[in-house]
Design a protein around this ligand. Structure first.
Ligand SMILES: [Zn+2]
Length: 387
């Protein structure tokens, strides 16, 4: 009996104590340092797998902490991680039961838009789908009260828009596109908490003349990248040579070209992505040279992150194989920073391996580099022609 009483006493004390405890969570807001959600805490060369970039001032509930990251609860069933440097602490908010208002679908001279009024800047996650070509956006903490969706004929690329409520606190936005090719989209909030999904339209005339192509020379400055196995050449110098050659070739085709760097400049991924975001290109081509621990590994490869952007990387790889380089492959879901933006189709080209003698010899040859550039241009043209 005494034992039971002691137990009951301890138990009720425990209950009392736990009730008085301060909550073991707090709230943060994203800052404008290009914050992104991560699925987990992976620590390989490319870091944790990224979910997507977030706008600034998004409210997140922190429920755990590990080294440089916070674990955030997005909804009852979903959590993610975010780097501590991407957020600042903020006052407590109620993150459940946010009702959505009616939507509007419309266009201006450049883009199509979907706007959804919310009363708080809630976190979201976006996905690209193919066949049919769709953009799917989950809004966490949102419960639909959208009783109508106004669709105007000024919208040219958005074919259909609707929602589902797959979970009590997750609203899913579906945007069906008119064209099979996804030309990119951006998600942001207005100051009045209006969530906007801005959709890029497919150009009516698909030729290089009408397009702005961004060219990114990998590495630069203090970031030298890989080095040649025999020659010791630096990756940063040869990516720049190829990028400049590509710029010239694209200009000859009357394309507008944007270069992330034209000199031996140190540029962070943040600076590159921010610069590209301001310039709003139609396509991004990133140039790198590969390296492997095994010196027998060789060949050309192209990379994409989102399935909707795959066709560009496939067309470029197919064209580049005509240079006689071996195929290293077309690599998807690639967690490279510059493959992360959804704003424009992008392709990372790893021309060949600096760690392989045969490939290195080719990279050193200016005639071969010209051939590479020609084939990248032909790849972009083939991609456009297939649409
Ligand atoms: Zn590189």
């Amino acid at each position: 009996m005494k034992k039971i009483l002691t137990f009951l006493f301890t138990f009720s004390f425990f209950i009392l104590f736990s009730q008085n405890k301060t909550p073991d969570y707090f709230y943060v807001k994203t800052n404008d340092s290009l914050p992104f959600l991560q699925y987990g805490l992976g620590e390989d060369r490319l870091g944790s797998a990224k979910m997507n970039f977030l706008d600034s001032n998004i409210i997140l509930k922190v429920v755990d902490s590990f080294k440089t990251d916070y674990k955030v609860q997005l909804s009852q069933l979903h959590s993610a991680w975010i780097e501590k440097k991407n957020v600042i602490k903020t006052q407590s908010v109620n993150l459940s039961e946010h009702l959505t208002d009616s939507w509007k679908v419309f266009g201006d001279s450049l883009f199509d838009y979907i706007t959804i009024q919310l009363d708080e800047k809630l976190p979201y996650k976006s996905m690209m789908e193919i066949h049919p070509s769709r953009i799917v956006v989950d809004i966490f903490g949102a419960r639909t009260n959208t009783n109508w969706i106004t669709q105007l004929s000024t919208a040219k690329e958005i074919k259909n828009a609707w929602y589902e409520q797959p979970e009590d606190d997750v609203m899913r936005v579906f945007i069906e596109l008119k064209h099979p090719q996804n030309w990119g989209y951006s998600i942001y909030y207005s100051e009045t908490n209006k969530l906007t999904i801005r959709v890029k339209r497919q150009r009516i005339v698909l030729s290089l003349k009408n397009l702005t192509i961004a060219v990114d020379a990998g590495h630069g400055g203090t970031n030298i990248g890989a080095t040649g196995i025999r020659s010791n050449i630096k990756e940063k110098d040869y990516t720049l040579l190829i990028a400049k050659e590509l710029e010239k070739a694209l200009r000859q085709k009357s394309a507008k070209v944007i270069m992330t760097r034209v000199k031996d400049t140190t540029l962070s991924m943040y600076e590159r992505i921010n610069f590209l975001r301001q310039k709003n290109p139609d396509i991004l081509i990133s140039i790198h040279l590969n390296s492997s621990d095994k010196d027998s590994v060789n060949g050309v490869s192209t990379y994409y992150r989102y399935i909707g952007f795959r066709p560009l990387s496939q067309a470029i790889l197919k064209s580049m194989l005509q240079t006689g380089l071996n195929e290293y492959g077309n690599i998807g879901s690639f967690n490279f920073a510059l493959s992360g933006p959804t704003d424009y189709p992008n392709c990372l080209v790893e021309v060949a391996f600096l760690s392989n003698k045969g490939d290195e010899k080719k990279i050193l040859n200016p005639k071969f580099r010209q051939q590479v550039v020609k084939k990248i241009v032909a790849g972009i043209e083939a991609f456009l022609k297939n649409l």
